[in-house]
Design a protein around this ligand. Structure first.
Ligand SMILES: [Zn+2]
Length: 691
């Protein structure tokens, strides 16, 4: 062991020597020619888009109001919600041995990773020094204590000590998984702060041990390890990634096949694949896209995308997040989505958007962010659900399969386990940070829409301010003002939402061709000068979609039981017909107003309706935006639709839609629908009528 340490210490010195050589030989000349936001050490296969550092995109308007609620609610105050957040990565909470298993004391390493990632990014996007300093104080504990013996970021453990290594593998290598979340927080913090001590911490963590990022749920470390390589060119990190993506890499995983199965495409034959825990699924399928960047072998990317498509076609809920209660299952009106998976799904789509440049990934980011995201938290951002479901009629219903079961659907300051309380902090800053991205030809791309301000470089290091003035998605118009410090020629790319059939685009008042390219963007390459404006008009249309709910009922017990999967067209389970109503990226719901608090529905509210799918006759009503945005029941946008009163008395323990469409010729009445995100109790997957 001692011998090993000396050898690796020498290698580490050699690594630093090589790094300096590389910087002087290729890095510096590279800097003149490389794109504004490209990293100094990138493999030849490049991602389609480049992330801007956290803080380049600043939320405005309704989006800023919501981010301020996050700051004043959970994100700035997690220590007040539960003592575990005081313990997260603190000097006086250094677990060893058995206590590195999550129920025995190591949980705060996951919670801290999630929270600090959200905290630092929210601080930078709001330019809030107090949040940035709070994130810095917490992350500095790791930065200041890191040493070459550390096991990833577990600085109090010694990777040359067999007992410590054994401890780090407790609970399916729980601490290694948690390290990946902290690595992601560190990576975001470094991208924003450019603090060399933070980069050194990342480099020390990921160059130290070649095997540990291949155990258990350790794939969470892949992206931050790759990030660290692209900033440092560290040869040992390169070796880790090369081993991971070599042919035998998956087989060398001491955790078995739980993640190497995702190196290949899913089998499409009915029952060929089993479902998975959704956090694990998202965190373990997505990183194979790094394999494509690292090796140039596109079978890695095809596998990642193939699994995401498979998952999408089986488990997607109309609010844009999958069924994840906590495993994935067929779409269902009373199935749940764990809040951790709202955050993890968004993260996975950011990554796949970055690698592929395909606007469909951004469509999915918006659908999730404008629907599922606001349902995770109360309007004051001080209570949250563990599970949300399309239909929520009464509190403590339904009984979800896992986690806190029935109480998981209620808004509470925290839930046990605490994962979602931590993970929810990531949702807003990850979306805002990636609303605009850079291109390798020194352009900028509008990937997701909403009110915001951008400060970024374009063309040959020309600083550009961009202001996006809009109430989108609550209206259809976006006014973008471009202000480069001097006239400069560069491309601006605008995503055309996949749902939009007739987009209109004007530059300085003149209509330009809004035909999108293969990736779903309109690219305007021209000389931009201060004050140029781009007006986007994305006409929305109401869409009534129908489907069948093939979800199974509530589980009798709390045991993880994998299910064999079939694509919906091959699923023989009898389905209950349902309909949903969307308008642009928004899902609409019949709100059941809450009374004294967000867990008490108005008993007198009528919600027993079936949607008249033959003649929905949807009409749109617009109001003005409120002075301060908090996802109100008095929404600025509402729809009216034909529906019929029905007999429907779902049992709270195991609710379901009616088995068949409702027949009869009673007249329809008009019911009002509002955005799903503005409701706390609601029907959004409706029973249907048949003539
Ligand atoms: Zn969770």
């Amino acid at each position: 062991m001692a011998m090993n340490y000396i050898t690796s210490a020498k290698l580490s010195l050699l690594g630093i020597g090589l790094l300096i050589l590389q910087l002087s030989a290729s890095g510096s000349e590279n800097r003149q020619t490389r794109a504004n936001y490209a990293r100094p050490f990138e493999p030849p296969t490049r991602p389609a888009l480049l992330a801007l550092p956290p803080g380049a995109v600043e939320p405005q308007g309704w989006l800023r109001d919501w981010c301020l609620a996050a700051r004043d609610g959970y994100t700035g105050h997690m220590d007040d919600y539960h003592v575990e957040f005081k313990r997260a990565w603190a000097t006086d909470h250094t677990m060893t041995g058995e206590c590195l298993n999550w129920p025995k004391g190591a949980w705060p390493y996951e919670g801290g990773g999630y929270w600090f990632d959200g905290l630092a990014r929210l601080g930078y996007i709001l330019q809030d020094d107090s949040l940035i300093q709070q994130a810095g104080r917490r992350l500095d504990v790791v930065v200041n204590n890191m040493n070459t013996n550390s096991i990833l970021f577990l600085w109090w453990l010694n990777r040359n000590n067999a007992e410590d290594v054994k401890g780090s593998l407790m609970g399916g290598a729980w601490p290694i998984w948690a390290c990946g979340l902290l690595g992601r927080a560190m990576s975001g913090y470094y991208a924003a702060s450019e603090d060399p001590r933070v980069l050194k911490t990342l480099e020390t963590a990921y160059s130290g041990n070649r095997d540990q990022i291949r155990v258990g749920w350790a794939m969470s470390n892949t992206w931050p390890a790759f990030d660290t390589y692209t900033w440092t060119g560290n040869k040992k990190i390169a070796a880790v990634l090369t081993t991971l993506f070599s042919k035998e890499g998956g087989g060398m995983n001491p955790g078995g096949t739980s993640w190497s199965r995702y190196r290949r495409m899913p089998g499409k034959e009915p029952g060929a694949e089993e479902n998975d825990h959704v956090v694990h699924f998202l965190e373990t399928t997505t990183p194979w896209a790094v394999g494509y960047l690292w090796t140039g072998d596109d079978s890695f990317l095809k596998a990642a995308l193939g699994w995401h498509d498979f998952f999408e076609s089986i488990a997607m809920q109309p609010y844009g997040a999958p069924v994840a209660d906590e495993w994935y299952h067929p779409t269902g009106a009373f199935r749940g989505t764990e809040t951790c998976d709202v955050a993890a799904y968004l993260w996975s789509k950011v990554m796949l958007l970055t690698v592929t440049g395909n606007s469909m990934m951004a469509d999915r980011m918006e659908r999730l962010f404008f629907n599922a995201a606001p349902a995770t938290v109360s309007r004051d951002f001080k209570t949250h659900v563990y599970f949300q479901s399309p239909n929520r009629i009464v509190s403590s219903s339904p009984v979800f399969d896992h986690g806190p079961r029935a109480s998981g659907g209620n808004y509470k300051p925290f839930h046990h386990p605490l994962c979602c309380t931590a993970a929810l902090n990531r949702i807003l800053p990850w979306f805002v940070t990636h609303m605009w991205m850079a291109t390798y030809d020194n352009g900028l791309a509008a990937t997701c829409y909403g009110p915001c301000k951008i400060k970024a470089l374009a063309a040959d290091h020309v600083p550009v301010d961009i202001i996006c003035k809009t109430d989108y998605p609550f209206n259809e118009d976006i006014e973008i003002t471009v202000k480069p410090v001097k006239e400069a020629t560069f491309p601006l790319l605008f995503r055309i939402p996949g749902w939009c059939r007739n987009p209109e685009l004007k530059v300085n008042g003149t209509t330009v061709d809004a035909a999108k390219n293969d990736q779903g963007f309109v690219r305007l390459n021209r000389a931009w000068k201060a004050g140029d404006t781009v007006r986007l008009h994305f006409p929305m249309t109401a869409v009534v979609s129908t489907g069948v709910d093939q979800a199974k009922g509530a589980a009798k017990d709390h045991k993880h039981k994998p299910d064999k999967l079939s694509l919906p067209e091959e699923n023989k389970t009898p389905g209950k017909p349902y309909a949903t109503v969307s308008y642009g990226p928004l899902l609409f719901s019949l709100a059941i107003p809450e009374t004294s608090d967000v867990n008490t529905p108005d008993q007198s509210a009528r919600w027993q309706f079936a949607l008249d799918v033959n003649n929905p006759n949807v009409t749109v009503t617009r109001g003005s935006m409120p002075a301060k945005w908090d996802w109100p029941l008095s929404a600025p946008l509402s729809l009216s639709v034909n529906a019929r009163t029905i007999e429907w008395d779902p049992q709270p323990q195991d609710p379901s839609l009616p088995m068949t469409a409702i027949t009869g010729s009673e007249p329809s009445e008009r019911i009002k629908l509002i955005p799903y995100g503005c409701t706390k109790f609601r029907i959004s997957m409706f029973p249907v009528t048949i003539k």
